[in-house]
Design a protein around this ligand. Structure first.
Ligand code: SF4
Length: 695
């Protein structure tokens, strides 16, 4: 007879801290101490009870074969992921010793902390980690791999004024989605756009691909990557020259309109359409609609920022509601990141920022290979630069340096972790506390532990707190451990925000999280005016502000390679989870010109490197553009390189952003004439697995 089995099951409310605009409220189901499912809850009205497929699969990360569960030290060549298990005491002791030695022998700037949005939680970045590195006098990292040009534009033009949030999209009569694909990132925006359409709104999408939303749009402009600036300027030209600019609004609330008008003057519809390779009538129609429709809303995404013109393009898009007079009513204005809407500054960091050198994260390869004084110690957490940073081959050469001591603190064996000297296992968001402020909707929620930490994994607060202690840098007033860290941060949030989170698990944003621009909220610039031509950015932009820099394509490398977010990963997070084979997407006519059929193995190459994978053909990508998914890991391609191997480490005109979409490539059927030689250093083979030896 079968004996009866008893299971205990309960649900835990938490929030998603991953780098996505939505900040979902979650309900995790736990059975016998294991997470068995995750779904959206209704605590955050924007989540509305559903979440993306990516986070539904998060338990596969928690319990998967790539999960790091104990500290380890390297035993083989860098990149081969050969490690031996050690105790936390030994791992942290070694790191603390190296930190002190680097600081005392070579100066604090020889240490480079490297982190980005592996977690967007407020406890997992810029808390005790920042305290440690500031007290060490380490080099400072400019976190520029994403949102730097748009963030700079939004800051300098509007002082990061809170923007329109999802729920007000339904009020708009015209929605322009520019450089964003909410079907992959920020999925909770989609129903609000659909609702607006049901109520009769017109939808315009600008994207080189026919995304799901573009298919539903009234007008889709499949612009050539990097040409958003002339397209936006041609709309400005129309507004100014045809009497549609709101001069009274500009006089009262803006500066620099005349300079913008001057820069827009040369961009006729004909010229902009030719540059962007879109139908001139469609472009003119978009401008006419924008001039004559209210409320009109622009969703400014990130696709337009990833090229040499990215800062000016984002500025020109953000300037549209000012010139067109679209503020002051629900459903009108612009939507951008709302990360700064709470007005929170990191006052909880236990040390002032030192005046040490700043390293742009997009130039990691150069920083590791060429900087003076040299970087001797690299500490990577919440980030996977071997996969995500431009000029991948240069980054890998830097990581291979014998005299570089690298610490990687992560949840799974990433491409970067394979190069670690010391590897530390990190808890996931299901295993600890966090505070999450979303950057699409205006919400904040408390992340709670759902399960016990897996294996020996530890939280950021525990690890950086221990390193503060071991380096002798811990001070009496520093919080100890994750819970104290959380209370420390909550106590420093403005107004009643901290109390609300403590008591209710979530904070209520002002104006019910639905501010109307220029009625409820205003620019946070010193004079509360919009700066349409910030002098500081004009000095930064080498070619000039709003000045178009032409396409970098050559006869040899004529195709634009883009790497947009997919529905499989959040940047490179969750890329360890099995997925269908990765394909280079290309237009059938581009493929036919090269004798390539659907499914063929191809070489995608330029002077920087080569990627080998299979081709997938489709008309939903424009001619002259090819696409690989963002966030691939090296195991996903046949030769161990990803799209970042083809991306130059040039920077955007303002903001120091990455120019992912400035990669220009050629594609050939594999087995055809040879391309440039591969740089075959320590490419992890697909069958190669990491090796852990007992201590
Ligand atoms: S990744 Fe975005 S959509 Fe998915 S659960 Fe997290 S916040 Fe929600």
């Amino acid at each position: 007879m079968k004996s009866p089995s008893f299971t205990t099951e309960h649900a835990v409310a938490t929030v998603c801290p991953l780098d996505c605009p939505d900040g979902c409220s979650l309900e995790a189901t736990v059975q016998d101490g294991r997470v068995v499912s995750i779904d959206g809850s209704h605590v955050n009205p924007v989540t509305d009870g559903y979440i993306c497929a990516k986070v539904r699969r998060f338990p596969e990360r928690v319990y998967g074969p790539d999960r790091l569960t104990f500290p380890a030290i390297r035993t083989g060549a860098k990149g081969l992921a050969s490690f031996a298990r050690v105790s936390w005491e030994e791992a942290l002791g070694t790191i603390a010793e190296r930190l002190i030695e680097a600081r005392d022998t070579h100066g604090g700037e020889s240490i480079l902390p490297y982190s980005y949005g592996g977690s967007n939680g407020m406890l997992t970045q810029d808390t005790s980690d920042a305290t440690l590195f500031r007290r060490l006098g380490a080099s400072r990292l400019a976190r520029t791999v994403c949102a730097a040009p748009t963030g700079t534009a939004n800051l300098m033009m509007y002082g990061k004024m809170p923007s329109v949030t999802y729920r007000d999209f339904a009020e708009a009569r015209l929605i322009i989605v520019w450089g964003a694909n909410p079907s992959s990132s920020g999925i909770h925006l989609v129903p609000h756009i659909r609702e607006a359409q049901r109520r009769g709104a017109t939808l315009v999408v600008l994207d080189p691909r026919t995304t799901p939303l573009a298919r539903q749009a009234d007008i889709h402009l499949a612009v050539r990557p990097g040409t958003d600036l002339p397209v936006a300027l041609s709309i400005h030209r129309y507004l100014f020259e045809e009497g549609h600019a709101d001069q009274a609004f500009l006089d009262a609330h803006a500066r620099g309109a005349e300079r913008l008008r001057e820069r827009a003057r040369e961009w006729t519809f004909e010229r902009a359409a030719a540059e962007a390779d879109v139908p001139v009538d469609a472009l003119r129609r978009v401008a006419e609609l924008y001039a004559t429709t209210r409320p009109a809303l622009v969703r400014c995404g990130y696709g337009q920022e990833r090229n040499r013109n990215g800062g000016s393009a984002s500025m020109a898009i953000l300037a549209l509601p000012a010139v067109g007079g679209k503020f002051g009513e629900r459903g009108g204005g612009y939507m951008m990141s709302n990360s700064a809407s709470w007005g929170i500054t990191n006052t909880w960091i236990g040390a002032d920022e030192p005046a040490t050198r700043i390293v742009n994260m997009n130039l990691l390869g150069r920083a590791l290979l060429d900087s003076a004084p040299p970087i001797r110690m690299l500490f990577v957490y919440n980030s996977n630069p071997a996969a995500t940073t431009p000029d991948q081959r240069r980054v890998l050469r830097g990581l291979e340096r014998d005299d570089l001591f690298t610490v990687v603190f992560d949840q799974v064996m990433t491409d970067t972790a394979r190069y670690a000297d010391v590897l530390l296992p990190n808890t996931t968001f299901l295993e600890g506390y966090d505070l999450v402020k979303s950057y699409g909707p205006w919400t904040m929620g408390l992340g709670r532990p759902v399960i016990e930490p897996i294996g020996e994994s530890r939280s950021n607060a525990e690890v950086f707190g221990a390193l503060l202690e071991l380096t002798g840098l811990l001070e009496e007033s520093d919080p100890r451990g994750e819970l104290e860290e959380m209370l420390h941060v909550l106590g420093r949030l403005p107004g009643t925000t901290g109390d609300d989170v403590r008591e209710c698990g979530a904070a209520t944003a002002p104006f019910d999280g639905r501010p109307i621009q220029f009625r409820d909220v205003f620019p946070r610039t010193p004079d509360q005016k919009i700066d349409l031509y910030p002098e500081v950015l004009a000095r930064e932009a080498a070619a000039g502000l709003y000045v178009y820099q032409p396409d970098p394509a050559t006869q040899e490398f004529p195709l634009a390679l883009i790497s947009p977010a997919s529905e499989k990963t959040i940047s490179s997070t969750l890329a360890e989870i099995p997925r269908p084979a990765v394909r280079l997407l290309m237009h059938p006519e581009d493929a036919a010109q090269r004798g390539i059929a659907d499914g063929d193995e191809v070489r995608v190459f330029n002077a920087l490197g080569e990627v080998r994978c299979n081709a997938g053909l489709g008309r939903w990508i424009r001619r002259g553009t090819v696409s690989l998914p963002k966030g691939l890991w090296r195991k996903h391609t046949a030769n161990g390189y990803t799209g970042t191997a083809l991306v130059p480490d040039t920077l955007t005109d303002v903001g120091g952003g990455a120019c992912f979409n400035d990669a220009r490539v050629q594609v050939a059927k594999a087995g055809g004439p040879e391309g440039p030689p591969l740089h075959r250093h320590s490419i992890p083979g697909r069958s190669e697995r990491r090796v852990f030896r007992p201590a």
